[in-house]
Design a protein around this ligand. Structure first.
Ligand code: SF4
Ligand code: SF4
Length: 510
């Protein structure tokens, strides 16, 4: 054997899952009851003429959303998306291939909305909308986290998430909604957050947190609520108020505000960044949830709105708040409350801002100091959350949403490694619990859907000793904490980027 010849490094061989047809067939998630459905203005239970109403709704959506019609017409079944979905990889059920998920609706579309489908249904793969098909929709449109990974690989840019949203919207319109999502939306309308945590309980919780932080640091870090005239309104996922590890990031935000003397407040009326209206594809619900934030901002007279660590909430804020509420460019000139808010907000700052943008801006301006060694016990990797990676930006330049959280981590900690590049940035895998699927009745799906992320995490654990998985999404935090033990990981490995900030920030240094 020649000493000058070396074998090339082994490649990571793509593994194409074997098929297990029917492995995830079933009733799907719990169906919303009458009270939950009617609370959102949907029929309480499956209506008698569900067939005609569902087809009419599909026609309405096809007319309203041109993208949906394009997605129905343009797929060439090339298969490029088929092995890109974490739920297909984890479950091996062929109906969880993105193309198959679309075809659940496309086959019905062809039957009722195309001439060949009306004349020769079998020839073109067109199907009647039967009760069996409707049940399939309920099941498999709740096995998609709307993560949009598949669309990154589709040569036509077909977005399966939008097909899923349309499917869920049709199901709601005929009284066949999902319990978890719709119950949560109802709680936000009634109380102001996903948890149903009333204002006085929130204030008590935050007072308790102030005491805990004082005990740990000796410093009076405040977590103010309903402070009129504060500069910043923080809209954060309600899980930050009490769940682990979420609360550690809330402490981090509080410390950043404290260290810079920023006057800030939470709102007891609008104490939720999450917006499950997007998950069910319903514009009216999406808007109604978002409008609570506008109301809070107007009542409190704040100058800036900052959004905490929550993936889909940031997508809604970044992409939709402008037209929904008037926060950001492109507000509706005829909406007088949107115009009032536009006038009130300070446009020297980006509206809205992500908490990572807020913190990174301060770091760049030298306004924060850190003791990086405080995080030395952590060897950190970063999981890009889907809705941040593929549905938004930070810093207003392409890729800012990838750089800024990483820049913060590298500023506050010494040990950072990346996971396999095929699974990060815009190619990131979903945690397995997004898109309104973070419910115990879907635990089997959630555990299986986490497989691709867990496999890659295992690689960096083995190669680099990674012991901290940093994320900027409340759903990722909950999902990983719950499913990691199934894969032999310690659930405490997961934490927020501002948890790391909190560990290292020097309070009172500047
Ligand atoms: S879960 Fe993500 S990858 Fe899978 S079909 Fe839905 S949008 Fe596509
Ligand atoms: S990659 Fe696009 S065109 Fe190809 S099968 Fe998937 S959705 Fe259809």
């Amino acid at each position: 054997m020649s000493a000058t010849i070396t074998a090339p490094a082994y490649r990571v061989i793509p593994i194409i899952p074997t098929l297990k047809p029917g492995s995830m067939e079933g009733p799907g998630p719990f169906v919303a009851n009458e009270k939950i459905q009617e609370g959102l203005g949907f029929p309480g239970k499956l209506v008698d003429d569900w067939h005609d109403q569902a087809i009419a709704k599909m026609g309405e959506l096809l007319g309203k959303y041109r993208s949906l019609k394009v997605f129905m017409d343009t797929c060439v079944h090339c298969g490029a998306c088929s092995d890109k979905c974490h739920y297909f990889i984890g479950t091996q059920d062929p109906k969880n291939m993105p193309v198959a998920r679309q075809d659940l609706m496309r086959s019905v579309y062809r039957r009722y909305f195309t001439l060949p489908g009306k004349l020769f249904p079998k020839l073109v793969g067109a199907r009647d909308l039967t009760r069996e098909v409707l049940d399939e929709w309920h099941n498999y449109y709740h096995q998609c986290s709307e993560c949009r990974r598949c669309s990154v690989f589709c040569p036509y840019g077909i977005d399966t998430a939008e097909v899923t949203m349309a499917g869920r919207e049709i199901l709601d319109s005929v009284g066949y909604g999902q319990k978890y999502d719709n119950e949560i939306i109802g709680k936000v309308h009634k109380i102001g957050n996903n948890l149903g945590l009333p204002g006085p309980a929130l204030k008590d919780t935050l007072e308790g947190l102030e005491e805990d932080v004082k005990e740990a640091t000796g410093i009076d870090v405040k977590f103010p609520v309903d402070v009129k005239g504060a500069e910043v309104l923080l809209i954060t996922p309600s899980a930050d108020f009490f769940a682990e590890p979420h609360i550690d990031s809330l402490i981090g935000y509080g410390k950043v505000f404290h260290a810079t003397g920023t006057s800030w407040t939470l709102s007891s009326m609008s104490s939720e960044a999450a917006n499950f209206g997007m998950f069910i594809g319903n514009y009216e619900q999406l808007r109604k949830v978002a409008l609570r934030i506008r109301q809070a901002a107007l009542e409190l007279g704040v100058k800036r709105i900052v959004v905490g660590e929550c993936g889909h909430a940031w997508r809604v804020a970044y992409s939709f708040w402008n037209t929904l509420t008037g926060v950001g460019d492109g507000a509706d000139q005829d909406d007088k409350f949107a115009m009032m808010l536009q006038k009130q907000l300070d446009h020297r700052y980006k509206q809205p801002s992500h908490i990572c943008e807020f913190t990174w801006d301060l770091i760049e301006r030298g306004a924060l100091s850190f003791d990086k060694e405080a995080n030395d016990k952590h060897i950190i990797t970063f999981h890009d959350s889907c809705n941040v990676a593929r549905g938004s930006r930070m810093g207003d330049y392409p890729g800012g949403q990838f750089d800024i959280p990483r820049n913060i981590i590298k500023t506050v900690a010494n040990h950072f490694v990346e996971m396999d590049p095929g699974t990060t940035h815009e190619r990131t895998f979903c945690c397995g619990g997004g898109g309104g699927l973070l419910t115990d009745d879907l635990m089997d799906l959630r555990v299986k859907g986490a497989l691709p992320r867990m496999e890659v995490l295992q690689q960096v654990v083995d190669q680099h000793g990674v012991n901290f998985l940093a994320v900027i999404c409340a759903i990722c935090k909950t999902q990983f904490s719950k499913v990691m033990p199934y894969y032999g990981f310690d659930r405490n490995m997961v934490g927020g980027v501002h948890q790391l900030v909190s560990n290292a920030i020097k309070l009172g240094a500047k």
